[in-house]
Ligand binder design. Sequence first.
Ligand code: FMN
Length: 363
Amino acid sequence: MAADIFSTFQLDDLMLSSRMVMAPMTRNRADDKGNVTPMMVTHYQQRATAGLIISESVPVSAQAVGYPCTPGLFADAHVTGWLRLTNAVHSSGGRIFAQLQHCGRISHPDLQPGEAVPVAPSPLRPSGKAVTYAGMQDFVTPRELMLEEIPDIVAQFRRAAELARRAGFDGIEIHGANGYLIDQFLRDGTNRRGDAYGGNVGNRMRLLNEILDAVSQVWPAGRIGVRLTPENSFNAMVDSDPQTHFEYIIRELGTRSLAYVHVLQGDMSEKSSAVDYRALRACFPGTYIANNGYDLELAKKAIANGDADLVAFGLPFIANPDLVRRYRQGLPLNRADPATFYGGDAAGYIDYPFFTGEEVFAI
Ligand SMILES: Cc1cc2nc3c(=O)[nH]c(=O)nc-3n(C[C@H](O)[C@H](O)[C@H](O)COP(=O)(O)O)c2cc1C
């Protein structure tokens, strides 16, 4: 029988209640010290019927921060706040991984300790603007990380991985996607280094490998996932040959017995895609999470065809805390309001209604 999106799924030693994953989504509702707020606890608890929640991006250090009001994991107070949140998710039967992030060049001196210039593999200024407490400001040219600084970046991830354990998460997702620091190393449009961390794809992957080695000393491999975006142009990213490069990267990741690889397929801003994701998926022997633009029908098809083991949904989970039930029972969906995505109060965050009317029909 073909696999079913609503069936349970054994993710290493964790049993998930379905194959529906809530995609990581930054909502800028933490306080300005990076602490979890009560409305965040409510937001995630409301969505605990997802088979697995992947948290919004969590900066691994003060240097890793790239946006206002993002919840961190680099201070004891952060652990206390997240523990409240993970307890709430668990008490409602959910599972939650922390998405560990370093923004690299997608930051601004206004967000950095001592107003430092943000760091990156190479001093290449992204087009576009940073979101700061003083509003939108042009990105600056980042400072190239010196070779001797790289062990500290790795240590930042390791420390955050330790704090994620103390904070009660079920696992961690290393954010290697969407134009942030690890992705800046992976893709050749942003990595012009001439040392062991630049040049061929094996070298560009060295930072990710070192981070995975480090966090594997804290978590079993089966509780560590990696997110990748071979093609997403978000944050001014390009790569000369995503098919070849990401087949290599995913094949290498496949040797580690990770919980999963999570791929945002295509480009968030364009419909077209030059990458053969079926070929990419075939490079990975473990659990593959597909994401980007999936609705129920597409997700069912991907799972039935074996193109994905799990499917992550972003926008549908913003607007529908009870998305699993709505999909399962063929109920109408609420629409997400982009005006309330990033920052603000409870409106558009914890006030999307659960379905309370008559069930419409069963799919
Ligand atoms: C408001 C918003 C915030 C997002 N924040 C993150 C994030 O913190 N980390 C990440 O990897 N992707 C982030 N994304 C991308 C989503 O995880 C997902 O890849 C994207 O929404 C496409 O999936 P969908 O078509 O199901 O919405 C964000 C997307 C949105 C709409």
